[in-house]
Design a protein around this ligand. Structure first.
Ligand code: NA7
Length: 551
């Protein structure tokens, strides 16, 4: 590693073609990586495809976009000054405020000097002779790095289904994950929204307030809990800020990195009346804490049914048209096994005279025509189409890059039957290539920022340890990887999750293997495992001295 002259390498890092670590992505993961690694004295740089920092929050600017984890928790805990100084205006912050926060972090920790914007990484090739990665970006620049960290996000590769005739549409089209930067005016327009996942559920009520008419094309109804969002109160903020150190540490050892009141008993241990009270109380408080009403909702179908019944009853209560309410009620998968949604007035939006629902479950969208959407033999004339059709989750951002490891092996080919990682951090055959919140780690089943911090800290500590021991090459063994993949799979199949055709299972992408992508064993247990691996001399990894760079 070219680590000499550490005190001076910050200024040179921005110019250097040969560096210690190349970070791909400048979302929350990339930003914290740059902070930690530069503090270690490593020469770092980041390539970011977007025109600004913030990752998910840079791209997902659709109306109503907001986080469904409370902002006091969906924020960095690594800096006491940052967490004390920053003020959130709402309980669940909207996208513009979260993006401001990302920009604030970049400025506050002086990270922009490491970041090249509008630079998409297309190729990363490992050169075995020199043990270096050669990384090419869309700007034409090539960087040589000892380590590459893919901080590319779990939901960053948007997907529009290849509807026949899509290119013929004469109106405007949008994807929620690649929303224009200029305000989009829907006033007086007829809008089609395709999809009813989290993004659509947030966007539909807001678009419906502006548009002349909104037609929602729904394939699978979703369970959604009201957020009960509101302004941040002084008392709530002070309570959190006073307790921050303890609360953050506690959250790091919970099941999903979010602090809320888990009712540690089975739903079946309560009488129906008690259950009703418990669910009603949580529905009233709002947010994902609903799923912590009992400890076995993800494990036991009979318990899960009680929660699902409760939510269906609420949908039927809110939505006035009986037939529409029935269509909006999810019935064929357990609650929580597709990402639970959190909304503001989603179901109530269907009581508006300007919102219609089209069921495309049994009869798929046939075509996009120049004038709109054709389904069930009927043409729906629209001016705009919003594709809220999701992402190639967890693997898409990694496999779209041409990543070539040892012996010319391509990552996408290695993962053809599903991703294979050790701890979601690395994959065998690709030395010195790390992933942040990669497949096989809790990632999307957790508070992403808690998981990002844990991965970044683990990698930073690992690189510091390697430097101390004068090592420069790390790679998981095939055996460790095999055992971890089996464990991830085994734990997932102990739950109800595989029962749903979800993006957790790769089911939203035609041809993608049905493999449960994240690790469901829990953030706390996973952290312990990673810490134990490090404490046991990086068990399951092979570490070797750096190879002198071939000239
Ligand atoms: P999601 O949750 O993947 O939702 C995508 C939606 O689009 C979902 O309702 C899909 O139905 C629907 N979809 C996808 N393809 C089609 C076709 N061909 N026809 C009709 N409908 C289709 O993405 P989001 O952006 O809402 O949310 C992603 C995550 O971002 C979210 O969980 C949060 O973590 C933030 P399906 O359910 O597949 O039947």
């Amino acid at each position: 590693m070219p680590l000499d002259n550490q005190s001076d390498n910050r200024s040179s890092a921005t110019q250097a073609k040969e560096i210690d670590v190349l970070v791909v992505g400048a979302g929350f993961a990339g930003l914290y990586l740059l902070h930690r690694l530069s503090k270690l004295g490593l020469a770092v740089r980041a390539f970011e495809a977007g025109g600004g920092v913030g990752g998910t929050w840079y791209w997902n600017r659709y109306p109503g976009a907001r986080c469904d984890v409370e902002s006091m928790q969906y924020s960095f805990g690594f800096s006491e000054e940052l967490q004390q100084n920053w003020q959130w205006s709402e309980l669940f912050s909207a996208q513009p405020e979260i993006l401001s926060y990302a920009n604030h972090v970049a400025d506050r920790f002086d990270l922009r000097r490491f970041i090249t914007l509008n630079a998409r990484v297309n190729t990363a090739i490992f050169d075995e002779a020199s043990a270096r990665w050669r990384v090419h970006s869309s700007t034409g620049e090539t960087v040589v790095a000892c380590y590459v960290v893919m901080a590319t996000g779990c939901l960053s590769t948007g997907r529009v289904p290849d509807f026949p005739g899509i290119e013929t549409f004469e109106g405007r089209t949008f994807h929620t994950g690649e929303w224009p930067h200029e305000p989009v005016d829907f006033a007086g327009r007829r809008v089609a929204v395709i999809g009813t996942g989290s993004s659509a559920i947030q966007a539909i009520p807001v678009i419906a307030e502006q548009a002349a008419h909104v037609t929602v094309f729904q394939r699978t109804p979703n369970y959604s809990i009201p957020s009960r969002n509101g302004p941040m109160t002084c008392e709530y903020e002070t309570e959190w800020k006073t307790e921050y150190a303890v609360r953050r540490e506690t959250a790091r050892h919970t099941r999903n990195g979010i602090l809320y009141d888990l009712n540690d008993k089975s739903a079946l241990d309560d009488t129906p009346e008690q259950r009703e009270r418990t669910y009603a109380e949580r529905w009233q408080k709002g947010g994902v804490r609903f799923m912590a009403a009992y400890n076995d909702l993800a494990l036991n179908q009979a318990s899960n049914d009680t929660a699902a019944d409760f939510v269906r009853a609420r949908i039927r209560e809110i939505v006035k048209d009986w037939a529409v309410a029935e269509l909006l009620c999810p019935k064929d998968y357990p609650i929580g096994t597709k990402r639970i949604c959190v909304d503001t007035n989603f179901f109530a939006a269907f009581n508006r005279p300007n919102v219609g629902l089209v069921d495309v479950r049994n009869e798929a969208i046939q075509a996009i025509t120049p004038a709109g959407v054709r389904q069930g033999g009927r043409d729906y004339a629209v001016d705009d189409i919003v594709f809220a059709t999701g992402f190639d989750a967890m693997t898409g951002a990694l496999t779209r890059v041409d990543i070539c490891g040892r012996n010319g092996q391509i990552l996408a080919a290695k993962w053809e039957a599903g991703p294979r990682t050790y701890l979601g951090l690395m994959t065998a055959g690709f030395p010195n290539l790390f992933m942040i919140t990669g497949p096989g780690s809790p990632s999307v089943l957790s508070n992403m920022i808690v998981s990002i911090e844990q991965h970044v800290d683990w990698i930073a500590d690992c690189l510091a340890e390697m430097r101390k021991r004068d090592l420069g090459c790390i790679e998981p063994t095939a055996e460790a990887e095999e055992a971890w993949v089996a464990h991830v799979n085994e734990v997932a199949h102990r739950t109800l999750y595989p029962k749903a055709a979800s993006w957790y299972m790769g089911a939203n992408i035609p041809g993608k293997p049905r493999v449960f992508l994240p690790y469901i064993g829990g953030v706390g247990a996973y952290r312990q495992k990673c810490d134990d691996v490090a404490a046991n001399g990086y068990e399951g990894f092979v570490m070797a001295p750096a190879v002198t760079m071939a000239k």
